[in-house]
Design a protein around this ligand. Sequence first.
Ligand code: ADP
Ligand code: AMP
Length: 227
Amino acid sequence: MDTATLTRPAVLILLGPPGAGKGTQARMLEDRFGLVQLSTGDLLREAVAQGTEAGKAAKAVMEAGELVSDEIVINILRDRLKAPDVSRGVILDGFPRTTMQAEALDHLLAETGQKIDAAISLEVDDAAMVERISGRYTCANCGEGYHDSFKTPEVDGVCDECGGTEMKRRADDKAETVASRLEAYHAQTAPLIGYYRDRGVLQEVDAMKPIKDVAGTVQSLTADVIS
Ligand code: ADP
Ligand code: AMP
């Protein structure tokens, strides 16, 4: 782990369409900098699995590839930010996804005197996104992400991180929902690139490159902004 001293909790945002590599890069940032990945997609999937009220409301929306209501997502994130493990800092993965969520985040951070260190936009074209989503799978035990072509485990079917042998694919990673997820991204989330550019925290990264090249860029700019 990088031993750079932080004087306050870091706040990084990973922006980008579904399949851009946000989760992949977030896990690598966790390992290197000791930050905590907060994925609203993961938090919502947990809520669905637990059958909470929020999960019940979100299930069909997620299956259709649309965005869950701002109210539900903001409440889930606000609660998660209260947990003690986020004290060193967070990597927001998949949040914010609308201007209203971005404004809510500004308010939440202002309450605790925090600020956004960087909004890193992972730029990929639509065709790459479809290819990445359709080959994605994860270890059911530890959540490590893999891809049929671009990131395979060293031993077929065995997780490099934990040795787990059960792999799973997401219910919404199918051709029927990709179009609506992409449409939601372009209509509702892409405007956040301008939102963060205007605030002077936007960092644009070419995410068409291989995972390790993207990681090199993302980690070096992270080291610059949080030290
Ligand atoms: P997101 O969190 O943005 O939806 P993921 O990190 O889950 O995206 O990545 C989607 C899929 O693409 C995964 O299977 C991952 O292994 C793969 N992937 C991520 N980054 C790259 C990259 N730079 N090149 C090729 N494949 C990638
Ligand atoms: P993800 O894991 O980020 O690809 O998100 C999976 C699904 O969860 C999305 O297609 C949305 O339905 C929902 N979701 C995740 N994050 C958000 C968010 N910030 N706002 C609204 N919906 C979200």
